[in-house]
Design a protein around this ligand. Sequence first.
Ligand SMILES: Cc1cc2nc3c(=O)[nH]c(=O)nc-3n(C[C@H](O)[C@H](O)[C@H](O)COP(=O)(O)OP(=O)(O)OC[C@H]3O[C@@H](n4cnc5c(N)ncnc54)[C@H](O)[C@@H]3O)c2cc1C
Length: 292
Amino acid sequence: MEILRRPSLRDLTTLRLGGQAEYGVRIRSEADWDALSSFLEGRGLTPFCLGRGSNILAREGDLPLVLLLQAPGEGMEARSLPDGRVRVSADAGMGLGRLLAGLQVWGLSGLEGLVGIPATLGGAVAMNAGAYGCDTGSVLARVRIWSPQEGRQWLERDQLGWAYREFDPGRSGFFCITEAELDLEPRTPAEVRQRMRDCYRAKKGSQPILARTCGCVFKNPVSGPAAGELLDRCGFRGFFPGQVGFSRQHANFLINQGGGGANEALELIERARTAVLRSFGIDLELEVRLLE
Ligand SMILES: Cc1cc2nc3c(=O)[nH]c(=O)nc-3n(C[C@H](O)[C@H](O)[C@H](O)COP(=O)(O)OP(=O)(O)OC[C@H]3O[C@@H](n4cnc5c(N)ncnc54)[C@H](O)[C@@H]3O)c2cc1C
């Protein structure tokens, strides 16, 4: 188990903001999970599973956290199911890009809409990431989780729950997803590739996917206009009072132009939330996870 002293959240998140955690722990093997329990014991620090940090806004300063950073794993495996679908297994630390590239080659369908999301598989499951009619919850067969109390265990689909950008492992307390299995539909590789290309083109045309961003700041309301539209109507599209602002391309995407600070981002988010509440009576809920 590799231990990092005071890793910077600025380096570990796509928004590139925030202070330092107390420790980071790189987990590469089964034995590392066992060692982790004793490392956490008695330190009085909060463990936090970090994927690619693509949905994180971390506060400035010293954060009393131990970041759990999982290695990408050896690769992915597939086996046919009696109902014709194919079950794919991968480690939670695997990048979504690598996973989707593999699914394209194998001609497996169900997650094409997630192309261009800079996540790990674990982060995509934990956030029930979704786009263009796909989400991880729809194809998840089972997950393996680790908790300090119970170690590692598999949870089957009927023990799990999902909602919009939420995943529920059916138990309370801290957990970390270590592996996931997904049931996917066989198609031709050409069909899967074409669908991924279409989704990527649509995403790139409507979202600033190459910027320093954490994706959508707010969840869309259950009904009515999307959060981006509400922010746009309140004048936040392309609004940059300093180095941090809302994208011109998509008003719900927060962007750090380079020299911004987390306090600046938090103030702007509060200002936008208040403006939408005053104008439309809608209290927007955060999608981005605050790390403090
Ligand atoms: C350019 C861009 C485009 C995006 N587009 C989309 C989109 O189309 N749809 C969408 O849904 N999201 C989108 N996002 C948001 C983000 O990518 C997703 O929420 C993604 O699932 C986060 O994955 P991550 O690995 O980066 O997790 P992180 O951001 O590191 O963590 C997010 C949350 O998941 C938890 N988590 C991470 N890994 C694990 C694990 N192994 N076990 C338990 N919990 C874990 C963290 O503790 C945290 O609470 C976008 C973000 C960016 C920057």
